[in-house]
Every structure is written in structure tokens, then in C-alpha cells.
Write a protein that binds this ligand. Structure first.
Ligand code: SAM
Length: 228
């Protein structure tokens, strides 16, 4: 029986990869990547010569057919994304469901756990995160206001991903809907050279990024404390 491995890879620091992930990436017949150039940095560092192919939700059907054919022939495949755990807010999300639909129990889908920006941010947030709601990326238009209203009254910690282009706008919306005193934690550039946690009230954090424009870059996870 063929296996599709869903392999967690680093979110910045290339040392954040498990021994099992490296073994699986070495042993499979093909690695499906969000961007092969990004994954090649990891594969080169660990001297892994497995063939790669790009795959994302918009991939042509012919590509999906090729993946199906390989699995039908008993070949093992690993799916990785550019960063972290595949399928968590990234373009690999469709593959597991397509494989399940096509093969049912005839192909095993096996997780190889690894880093995720979501969990890394929560682990150092410094607030109680016994339970939380993960929102993925905030929508740009439709549904955005509704979601901010939900965050405003949430009794659970709310977490989402944000881009440098939108982080200031998002903080502005948080202040508008949740008020200036709501506590937030911004985890920036996790595991990278400029890793930073900015903690404080929404007003304080907004002011921080207003004053430090050079920090409005990189990758962000936003953690919003619950209503007490
Ligand atoms: N699958 C990934 C995971 O498990 O974390 C998430 C992929 S999603 C397409 C990319 C978003 O994750 C970025 O826009 C950012 O919000 C967040 N992210 C990824 N790497 C990060 C890092 N090193 N520091 C902070 N946020 C990060």
C-alpha cells in the first residue's frame, strides 16, 4: 500500500526538523513542494537527493493524475509546504482530501509532525491558552468585520496569521472593535534572526509598530487574549 506523508518542515531555522522527517524525505519516491526552490534549501542542507515536484491547490488536473498514478503504483510521496505543517493555511490543503476521495483506505495518509507558526506563537505567548480559536488568515473584505466583532466578544483566545502589508490595518481594526486595552501578542519572524514578541495592549502594540516602521516586515502571528 502506498503512503502519503504530510511532513512538517522548519518555519525559518533549518535546524527545526525532526529525525523522522529527514528519514522520510530521504526514503520517499517524490516530494511534493509548495515551491521547490524553498524546499531545496532544506534538502541541500541535509544532502537529500529525492526528486521534487511543485504542487498547490491550483495545480492542473494532469499533475494530480500523475500523483494518483504514482500512488496506484505503490510509490510513496511526501507533501511539504514552504514553512511549517502542510495544510495549515497553505496550498497543500486539497491533496489529502483528493487522495482520500480517490483511494479511501487504499492509501495511508501519515502525519510527520513538525513546527507550526501557530503553535510556536502560542507556546511563548505568555497567556493562558488552554483553549483557543485559530482563524487562519483574516479575510480582506467579505466577512472581515463580522470576524472582528467575534474576536471582540470571544471568551477564547483568538489566533490568526497576518502579512506585513496588513498588520497595521489589522491592529487598527482590533482597536476599533476590541478597544485600546485588549491584550495582544504579535509573534514576528519566529525562529529567524529577527524573531520578536511584541506584547501589550492593542494601543501599545500599534504605537510600537508606528514608531518602529522597520519592524513592519517579515511574517506575523497575532494572538488576541480572551475577554475576561
Ligand atoms: N503551514 C504554516 C504553519 O504551519 O505555520 C503556515 C503557512 S501560512 C501560508 C504562512 C503564514 O504563517 C505567514 O503569513 C505567517 O502569518 C505565518 N508564519 C509562517 N512562518 C512564520 C514565522 N517564522 N514567524 C511568524 N509567522 C509565521
Amino acid at each position: 500500500m502506498a503512503t502519503l506523508y504530510i511532513v512538517g518542515t522548519p518555519i525559518g531555522n533549518l535546524e527545526d526538523v525532526t529525525l523522522r522527517a529527514l528519514r522520510v524525505l530521504k526514503e520517499v519516491d517524490l516530494i511534493l513542494c509548495e515551491d521547490t526552490r524553498v524546499t531545496m534549501r532544506l534538502l541541500s542542507k541535509y544532502e537529500i537527493g529525492t526528486p521534487t515536484m511543485s504542487y498547490h491547490a491550483q495545480s492542473k488536473l494532469s499533475k494530480v493524475d500523475k500523483i494518483f498514478e504514482l500512488l496506484e503504483n505503490g510509490k510513496n510521496i511526501a507533501l511539504v509546504s514552504d514553512a511549517g505543517t502542510p495544510c495549515i493555511s497553505d496550498p497543500g490543503v486539497l491533496l489529502a482530501s483528493q487522495v482520500l476521495e480517490k483511494f479511501g483506505k487504499d492509501v495511508s495518509i501519515v502525519p510527520i509532525p513538525g513546527p507550526s507558526a501557530l503553535v510556536s506563537a502560542l507556546s511563548c505567548a505568555g497567556i493562558s491558552v488552554a483553549d483557543f480559536v485559530f482563524l487562519g488568515f483574516m479575510p480582506h473584505k467579505k466577512g472581515r468585520e463580522t470576524l472582528f466583532k467575534e474576536i471582540a466578544t470571544s471568551k477564547r483566545v483568538m489566533v490568526f496569521y497576518e502579512s506585513p502589508h496588513r498588520i497595521e490595518k489589522t491592529l487598527e481594526s482590533l482597536e476599533k472593535f476590541c478597544g485600546p486595552e485588549r491584550k495582544v501578542i504579535i509573534a514576528r519572524e519566529l525562529t529567524k534572526i529577527y524573531e520578536e514578541f511584541v506584547r501589550g495592549s492593542v494601543a501599545e502594540v500599534r504605537n510600537f509598530f508606528n514608531v518602529n516602521k522597520d519592524k513592519v516586515r517579515g511574517e506575523f502571528v497575532v494572538v488576541v487574549s480572551a475577554v475576561s
